[in-house]
Design a protein around this ligand. Structure first.
Ligand SMILES: Cc1cc2nc3c(=O)[nH]c(=O)nc-3n(C[C@H](O)[C@H](O)[C@H](O)COP(=O)(O)O)c2cc1C
Length: 192
C-alpha cells in the first residue's frame, strides 16, 4: 500500500479542488490518500480587508512564522511515499501558513527523506517563491522531486488587477467590464 499525504492551505478552495483532481488520478486499491489542512491561528479572513492584506506583507516576505493547528497523531505516525504540498504565493513568497508549517518540528518529522511535489496556482510570479520553498524543504530534509505551476492565462498587468479584486470581493469577474475573469489557467487541471 502506497501512502500519499496532501498538505495544503487554501482560502478560496480553488487550490484544494486542483489537489483533489490530482488525487483522483492517483487513487486506487494500492494507494491511500490523507489530507492535512494547515489552519493558521488566528485564521485569515476571506475576502480580505485591504488593510490586513497589505499588513501581512512584512511577515510574508521576511518569512516570519505564526502559530497554526498542528497535525494530528494519526498524520504524524505514518511514513509517506509521496507528499503533495499545495501552497499559495503571497508577495513572491510561500504564504505565512505554509512557511510556518515548514519551519516547524512537525514538518521535519513528516517530510524528512520523503519525496515532495509542490503545487501552486498563481498569477505567473512563482519562481522566487519556489526558490524560497526549495530552501525550506532542504531545511526540513525533504526530497523535492517535482513542481507543478498552474498560472493565469491573462497577462501580468491584467491579472494583478483581477486577482486583487477577487481577494477583496470574492468575485472572480473583474470590476471593469472588458477585463477577463481571473484565474483561467493556461494548463488547466481538469476544469480548474
Ligand atoms: C496576501 C496575498 C498575497 C498574494 N501575493 C501573490 C503574489 O505575489 N503572486 C501571485 O501570483 N499571487 C499572489 N496571491 C494570490 C495567491 O497566490 C492565491 O492564488 C490566492 O490567494 C488564491 O488561493 P486559494 O485559491 O488557494 O485560496 C496573493 C494572495 C494573498 C492573499
Amino acid at each position: 500500500m502506497k501512502e500519499v499525504l496532501i498538505i495544503y492551505y487554501s482560502q478560496t478552495g480553488q487550490l484544494l479542488s486542483i489537489l483533489e483532481n490530482m488525487a483522483k488520478d492517483m487513487e486506487g486499491a494500492n494507494v491511500n490518500i490523507s489530507y492535512y489542512e494547515i489552519v493558521p491561528k488566528p485564521v485569515y479572513e476571506f475576502p480580505w480587508k485591504k488593510e490586513k492584506f497589505y499588513d501581512s506583507f512584512p511577515e510574508s516576505f521576511l518569512q516570519i512564522p505564526q502559530d497554526f493547528e498542528h497535525p494530528s497523531e494519526n498524520i504524524l505516525s505514518k511514513k509517506y511515499d509521496l507528499v503533495l504540498l499545495g501552497y499559495q504565493v503571497w508577495f513572491l513568497t510561500p504564504s505565512i501558513p505554509i512557511n510556518s508549517f515548514l519551519k516547524s518540528v512537525a514538518a521535519k518529522s513528516i517530510l524528512k527523506d520523503t519525496p515532495v511535489v509542490t503545487v501552486v496556482a498563481c498569477r505567473n510570479m512563482w519562481i522566487m517563491a519556489q526558490e524560497k520553498m526549495k530552501k525550506l524543504l532542504l531545511d526540513a530534509e525533504a526530497k523535492l522531486v517535482g513542481h507543478i505551476a498552474l498560472v493565469d492565462r491573462n497577462i501580468n498587468h491584467i491579472s494583478v488587477i483581477t486577482i486583487a479584486h477577487w481577494m477583496f470581493s470574492r468575485k472572480k469577474r473583474s470590476l471593469f467590464r472588458d477585463f477577463p475573469k481571473t484565474r483561467s489557467f493556461q494548463q488547466g487541471y481538469k476544469g480548474c
